[in-house]
Design a protein around this ligand. Structure first.
Ligand SMILES: N[C@@H](CCC(=O)N[C@@H](CS)C(=O)NCC(=O)O)C(=O)O
Length: 210
């Protein structure tokens, strides 16, 4: 069985949604990030990067990085239809997921959710938060352009929507505005049975957008 390492409310929540969508059998290992369990044994030996999400496959090999796990999962469970089959569609899926994880999350939400990770100086924390909020607004603006009037980022549901959903959950949780179509995407995700299963299993709160 797949071994899934995550922390409730982290970006791993988006991967939990994708695991539920895939139909894979998996076992969850919860890490308390505030207690720095990701940097301690036994997880440190499993994933020396000390980050979640992380997935150990049936053959014992480790897969890390949101986009990479998502691509592997989609290919391992093709009947779930989590990725376009054509090269162009797969390229677009990677492009938008990379933007969501590397820019929206890392250059935006990281600074809003945990400025204290970078500095103890209140003024500098406020600057980081303001910078993060700007990046988030720019980032969701781009996501809004990509989404357009489609239901999902690539038209049909794909792994990219799991990535977007963990960031819209954070936006709703901290009271940030979302473009109308991105808010509608968030609320549409809430209607998916796999998403509801993931929310219940993780025990996280996910508000409605807008
Ligand atoms: N590039 C990684 C980033 C993962 C990441 O930063 N995860 C955060 C949780 S959202 C984490 O594990 N933080 C713990 C730490 O940095 O010590 C990915 O795409 O999965």
């Amino acid at each position: 069985m797949l071994q899934f390492y995550s922390s409730p409310g982290s970006s791993g929540f988006g991967m939990r949604v994708l695991l539920e969508e895939s139909g894979a059998a998996y076992q969850v290992h919860r890490l308390n990030l505030a207690a720095k369990e990701q940097l301690a044994e036994p997880f440190r030996s499993i994933n020396p990067k000390g980050k979640v999400p992380a997935l150990v496959r049936e053959d014992g090999t480790l897969v890390t990085e949101f986009q990479t796990i998502a691509f592997w999962l989609a290919d391992a469970y093709p009947e779930a239809g989590l990725l376009p089959r054509d090269a162009e569609g797969r390229m677009r899926a990677m492009e938008i997921m990379d933007f969501i994880v590397a820019s929206l999350h890392m250059r935006g939400f990281t600074f809003v959710l945990m400025p204290g990770k970078f500095t103890q100086t209140p003024d500098f924390q406020a600057e980081l938060t303001a910078y993060g909020k700007d990046q988030i607004a720019i980032g969701f603006g781009h996501v809004s352009d990509v989404l357009g009037d489609q239901d999902y980022l690539l038209g049909d549901f794909s792994v990219a929507d799991g990535a977007l959903f963990y960031t819209t959950r954070w936006a709703v949780a901290v009271g940030l505005d979302l473009p109308t179509n991105v808010a509608a995407h968030h609320n549409r995700m809430l209607t998916r049975p796999a998403v509801q299963r993931a929310i219940e299993a993780e025990g996280v709160t996910v508000g409605q957008a807008g």
